[in-house]
Design a protein around this ligand. Structure first.
Ligand SMILES: [Zn+2]
Length: 480
């Protein structure tokens, strides 16, 4: 399977699945473009996933200031948090995110990362990496289980903004989830094809029936329509009540709530993906998310009220067999997804992993060195940036990565000559066999005796086992 990424003018990322759309141009040389090894059987046919995304809008100076508390405690002092300098309390920090299949109990930082950095900052960043980034899609296809030791072990999931499956023959864009191994699940939904014609789609007849019953119960005398909005950094909920009066829904006055209502129908926009072709159709619809939420995808509250009025006065009759088969073997599925992807968050997590690796393998004392301050500030406080190398600038290092590995993430800590008699400490990160990222964590004088030889770290994400190798051992393993 090929994972390819192309930049888009829209903020967000789009994915093609199937042979219909193939995008293979890398974006600015910094994005992923390579092969991903899946488990045989999980993905029986040779498929192509194309990713299309762009960086989220840059944050303005004012917002940046809001987000960047000063590093006023001393992270250089022994005993304090290596990221923010707080004297504790501390919690165990996975050197490499557990969700990447790196839940190896020998690879924890203990007593040096505070619980605030761990849970309030890094966990949130990791969730974005795991569920809403190009890596998220590779993870969905390649990694069967999220992590090993937690009470319940779940398969990885993704959080796209929208996810459509093109129904063969009709071109209808159906709400559908991509799940573990790249399998497809069509969500239960009713589509308004014409003012007087609706169509129901679901995974099977039983789920269609259950959905129709749920929808009829939800369309009572009073219905709340909920729209999620942003107020600065805060998420607020605009609630519009509908009342049944004289055979139709009448729109009441909207209110703003800080928390979402338990019951109601969520309103989301109806936008044809920019990857759509002429025959793709996106009629208004009501569907049920995997989590149970009812969502009406339509342009505007007025239209939502009319659609619900029509559905309430015209009960849906189901006549089997009205559903297309969704057996992956018979169809050439095309899935279009769109993600909100923040490139900066992505790079902050990778930088944090690099810093953790230094701390774990080369010592807590070293990571407290002020040479790492800029990388720490970027990862923890979202200030400044880190230097990333393009692949042609580090061709020697890239060449040392060897051939693609099955079921392994590859990391490498390496020292390379920099300007003015100093050395760059670089972390190479290659997740799910996608293109490697090269991040400079620090620059140190040549006289400092550190990282004389590269260290290769391999993560077996099927077994949650991490091991280190010398570069020679790694190269030898690649040849054999
Ligand atoms: Zn901290």
């Amino acid at each position: 399977m090929l994972i390819a990424i192309k930049s888009s003018d829209d903020a967000g990322m789009q994915i093609w699945y199937g042979n219909k759309h193939i995008l293979a141009e890398p974006c600015d040389g910094a994005m992923l473009n390579g092969t991903v090894c899946t488990r045989s059987g999980a993905f029986p046919r040779s498929e192509v996933v194309g990713l299309n995304f762009s960086v989220s809008r840059q944050i303005s100076g004012q917002q940046a200031a809001h987000r960047t508390p000063k590093m006023d405690m001393d992270r250089h002092a022994p005993g304090n948090c290596i990221y923010c300098g707080q004297p504790g309390p501390f919690s165990d920090e996975h050197v490499i995110c557990a969700g990447l299949g790196a839940d190896d109990p020998r690879w924890l930082l203990q007593g040096c990362v505070c619980s605030c950095c761990n849970t309030r900052v890094f966990s949130k960043l990791e969730t974005k990496l795991l569920r809403s980034s190009p890596i998220a899609v590779a993870r969905l296809f390649a990694q069967p289980l999220s992590r090993r030791r937690s009470g319940k072990t779940n398969a990885p999931t993704v959080q796209p903004r929208v996810s459509y499956f093109t129904e063969p023959g009709t071109g209808l864009q159906l709400e559908a989830d991509l799940v573990s191994g790249g399998a497809l699940t069509v969500l239960p939904q009713v589509l308004m094809l014409l003012p007087d014609q609706a169509a129901v789609r679901a995974r099977d007849f039983a789920s269609a029936e259950a959905f129709v019953t749920l929808l009829q119960n939800a369309l009572g005398d009073a219905v709340n329509l909920i729209r999620k909005q942003h107020d600065g950094f805060e998420v607020i909920f605009c609630v519009t009540p509908l009342h049944w009066e004289d055979g139709m829904y009448v729109i009441g006055e909207a209110t703003i709530e800080r928390r979402p209502l338990e019951k109601g129908v969520w309103i989301e926009p109806l936008t044809l993906p920019s990857t759509a072709v002429k025959t793709d159709l996106l009629p208004p619809r009501i569907f049920q998310r995997h989590s149970g939420q009812l969502v009406c995808r339509i342009d505007g509250i007025d239209l939502a009220a009319s659609l619900m009025s029509v559905l309430r006065v015209n009960p849906i009759c189901l006549t089997p067999p009205a559903f297309p088969g969704t057996s992956a073997g018979e169809l050439q599925p095309v899935v279009q997804q769109r993600y909100a992807f923040n490139r900066r968050s992505f790079e902050r997590v990778l930088t944090k992993i690099g810093l953790n690796l230094i701390a774990h393998l080369l010592g807590i004392g070293l990571i407290r060195d002020s040479a790492f301050d800029a990388a720490v500030a970027f990862a923890r406080f979202d200030t400044g940036s880190v230097c990333k190398y393009s692949i042609d600038r580090v061709a020697d290092v890239a060449g040392a990565l060897g051939r693609p590995l099955i079921d392994r993430h590859l990391f490498m800590l390496v020292r390379a000559p920099a300007q003015n008699g100093s050395s760059a400490i670089i972390c190479v990160i290659q997740l799910y066999n996608t293109a490697a990222e090269f991040i400079k964590l620090a620059e140190m004088p040549n006289t400092v005796d550190v990282l004389e030889r590269p260290i290769v770290i391999l993560v077996d994400y099927m077994e949650n086992v991490i091991k280190t190798l010398t570069l020679e051992e790694h190269m030898e393993a690649c040849v054999n």
